[in-house]
Design a protein around this ligand. Structure first.
Ligand code: 5AD
Ligand code: SF4
Length: 472
């Protein structure tokens, strides 16, 4: 067994010198939402203190961790296929430890060990602090599981190790879990009850990032609009001696870190998004003009079955508020086609809502039934797969037109861009985003990552704007 880990477990923590030979290699792969990518940075930080250094090459690793997603069946099958690709490696190196983290670990628990023989370790999203102890168990020859959910864990004190990022934008997790119980969604079961993180620790993390050269942070939560500190669910103050903080106030606190630090956030919920948040966005130039506001369906009847807590009219009212308070604000959404019992008319209502709002961008999915969810227990998954897919294709085609229209409107404009680095396609080009979150590609010239520059838009596709740097 690794001596350092053993000592840690026995209570005599040893700080490892990075140059010591006993440093082990961790290969960490993340799937699914931004929250998982952010969690992986917490996992890397916890394990860094326990003798594991990350590597991009799984062949040289001692520990492979897959941070998984359960949101749709496809996400789980991707992980199972990925596991197969480690078969030969494990055969050649039996001491290699393979672990499953995240939502699939939480959903499947011990059964993952039975179904996937390669797996040694199963750890849910609230149990990452226990990883060092669990690894000792595995090294001692036992398979290990911790899927306990917590009402308090926010990992607020853990300073994430930034992985695979561009050094310009980073995620900050502001809350965990979800109390909404949308009927299609597995997240409340895999990520547990909603809890918010201390705002001072969030601001401190943003300041540290800025100091280290980052120029953009995305505040992450399953439903950021229900962020609350020192207030319980009934709206009562928990500790009279301390201030309370809601999401609008948190945004304002982070906006004050530095005018050159851009702030984004995800995800907003239409039933909870207040005008106070919109006014705060409008007040601070460094809070980006972009809101991701998942609608899921344009039909009030479907929304009711989805348990979303709003109607089509309410959603359109929120869109009007955004357009009124923050003119020019980009809006994106999530749409699910073929939910249980969705009629042709209800599907057309989604299309009509899309035509009314003209989203700048959308993530679109066909409904995938998830075990234990309200929908799985209450409704029949009765829309044939071909219909779900045909409806999805229709929605995708319309969205592509809307995205293209939205981008075409930018041609001729000069927009401010935060430079992220070389573009994916060519080293002669650089890329970055405008406040509205559209990717912009431009000839490199004399700029570097983290610079704010002005670009005149000359051309576009549905996904990208192309332009030339304008000297300011
Ligand atoms: N099937 C299809 N899409 C889903 N989403 C969540 N659960 C499901 C499901 N069971 C989508 C929703 C959500 C996004 C993150 O994933 O649109 O907003
Ligand atoms: Fe799932 Fe709804 Fe919570 Fe989003 S708000 S994570 S869709 S339950």
């Amino acid at each position: 067994m690794n001596q350092v880990l053993k000592e840690e477990v026995q209570g005599t923590a040893t700080i490892l010198d990075r140059t010591e030979k006993s440093y082990k290699k961790l290969y960490l792969e993340s799937y699914g939402c931004q929250m998982n990518f952010s969690d992986s940075e917490i996992v890397a930080s916890i394990l860094d203190k326990h003798g594991y250094q990350t590597t991009r090459n799984f062949e040289e690793s001692n520990l492979i961790l897959l941070n998984t997603c359960s949101i749709r069946e496809k996400a789980e099958s991707t992980v199972r296929n990925r596991l197969k690709s480690f078969n030969a490696l494990k055969k050649n190196n039996p001491s290699l430890i393979i672990g499953i983290l995240g939502c699939m670990a939480e959903r499947m628990k011990e059964s993952l060990l039975e179904e996937e023989k390669l797996v040694d370790l199963v750890v849910g999203p609230d149990a990452y602090r226990d990883l060092p102890r669990l690894l000792v168990e595995v090294e001692d020859g036992h398979k290990s599981v911790n899927v306990l959910l917590s009402r308090e864990e926010t990992y607020a004190d853990i300073s994430p190790v930034r992985l695979d990022n561009n050094g310009v934008s980073a995620f900050i997790s502001i809350m965990r879990g979800c109390d909404n119980m949308c009927s299609f969604c597995v997240v409340p079961f895999t990520r547990g009850r909603e809890r918010s993180r201390n705002p001072l620790s969030i601001v401190a993390e943003a300041k540290e990032l800025y100091k280290n050269g980052y120029r953009e942070v995305t505040l992450l939560g399953q439903n950021v609009d229900s962020y609350r500190w020192n207030v319980n669910k009934k709206g009562e103050i928990i500790n009279n001696e301390n201030p309370t903080t809601d999401f609008a106030e948190l945004l304002e606190m982070v906006a004050h870190v530095d005018p050159n630090l851009r702030i984004r956030f995800s995800t907003s919920h239409p039933k909870d998004m207040t005008d106070k948040v919109l006014h705060t966005m409008q007040k601070y130039k460094n809070i980006c003009n972009y809101i991701h506001l998942p609608v899921q369906s344009g039909s009030s009847a479907v929304l009711k079955k989805m348990n979303r807590g709003y109607t089509r009219e309410w959603y359109l009212g929120r869109i009007d508020a955004i357009k009124r308070i923050i003119p020019g604000c980009a809006i994106s959404t999530d749409i699910i086609t073929g939910f249980c019992g969705e009629t042709d008319h209800e599907h057309k209502e989604t299309i009509s809502l899309m035509n009314k709002v003209k989203f700048d961008f959308a993530y679109m999915f066909f409904y995938s039934e998830r075990p234990k969810t309200l929908a799985q227990r209450k409704f029949e998954d009765d829309i044939p797969l071909e219909t779900k897919k045909a409806r999805l294709q229709e929605v995708i085609d319309i969205q592509r037109e809307h995205s293209l229209e939205s981008n075409k409107r930018q041609i001729g404009n000069v927009v401010e861009v935060l430079v992220e680095g070389p573009s994916k396609k060519s080293n002669d080009f650089y890329c970055g985003r405008n406040s509205e979150n559209t990717m912009i590609v431009f000839p490199k010239e004399n700029v570097k990552k983290g610079d704010y520059i002005f670009v005149r838009i000359k051309d576009c596709t549905a996904a990208t704007l192309k332009g030339e740097i304008v000297l300011s």
